[in-house]
Design a protein around this ligand. Sequence first.
Ligand SMILES: *Cc1c(COP(=O)(O)O)cnc(C)c1O
Length: 422
Amino acid sequence: MSVLPWSLLPDNSSVGPAGQLVVAGCDTLELASEFGTPLFVYDEDHLRARCREAVRAFPGGAQYATKAFLCKAMASLAYEEGMQLDVSTGGEYHVARAAGVPAQHLVLHGNNKSEQELAVALRERVGRVVVDSFDELDRIERLVAEGLPVPQVLIRLTPGIEAHTHEYVQTGQDDSKFGFGIHTGAAEEAIRRAASSPAVALVGVHVHIGSQIFEADFFERAVHIVGPWCRDHGLAELSIGGGLGVAYVEGEDAPTITEWAAAVHRAVDRVGLDVRVSAEPGRSIVAQAGVTLYTVGTIKPIPGIRTYVAVDGGMSDNPRPVLYDSGYETFLPRAVLADRSKVVTVVGKHCESGDLLVRDGKVPADLAVGDILATPVTGAYGHSMGSNYNKVPRPAVVFVRNGTARLVVRRETYEDLLRLDV
Ligand SMILES: *Cc1c(COP(=O)(O)O)cnc(C)c1O
């Protein structure tokens, strides 16, 4: 028997009378017919519970990393639950502000912030700026000289750690476009310059070693390397960044946000630091809250090779398999507990052989054209990394809670596809 591991589904999942998947009281098959497919379905209480967990686990501050999934509803949800928001571009900043999040609750990231992005943030007195380069310090100094308010800043340090994760999402190694290298001497120079510059109020240091990291050990090492910089320079804040991994497929097991925080706080105690510790979880807040629903359109068995199952989305709503070779599970929402005895390759509708969603997806043997097929754990870096490739309109997003579905991002129309053409 190969049944979908229940732990990969949103918290408030249940099985309906016909064996179908119900999320937060909403029948997923009815959601597919009401809102169409592809469709991102988020369990709203699951999102809220993870935000609350992060706020409890990091009393020094928990910032939701908006790049994992951002729309106005998500920004206001995280804010309502007591999180600040981490934004890394002017666009993310704009969406968070449009959702009503005060600038004081935003942390501005980015390795190449433009003068304009910085000017807006400084003028609105953004909560923190995480400084990533000497050029950025130059820009802040120019803006403050022109009369903008002095920002509170953290300096992003690069500790020289290669966390066990995909190379494209490692960010703590010496060879990185992010931050100031500790081994190169840049970190020392950046802190000295920021501490003596009247244009910035230096309050702490930041480190982000990567994403989809399962071992708490790497975060402890980051604290051991970066923590002493707080002590040596009398800084009150340490941000440990984000990066906590989540289970995507059968057999994977990730620490909870609470366990992650405990490991970080232990390491801080061991180093003997008296600092405010904050963190920036993204994936671990939203990934497992989301499920994507697709409609199966074509089934193409190639004897002795494989069976291709093509759905109505693909790399435009989930580019992770193409970018990182990421694995996913598959199931049929009409029979969520069914044995998945057939192995197929789930592909999208884009004009690329690489347009793959699930390499060896298990499905029930009676899979048929017209079925709704789902991939779980698609709440992070799917919608946010999506595109319009092949002019495929972006999917809608619904939040479900207590038996009610709320459309939070409508499906893109063909008209939308023309709105930038002049
Ligand atoms: C991407 C990113 C995060 C969030 O990472 P997750 O792996 O989604 O938790 C947090 N902080 C910074 C600076 C990032 O770049």
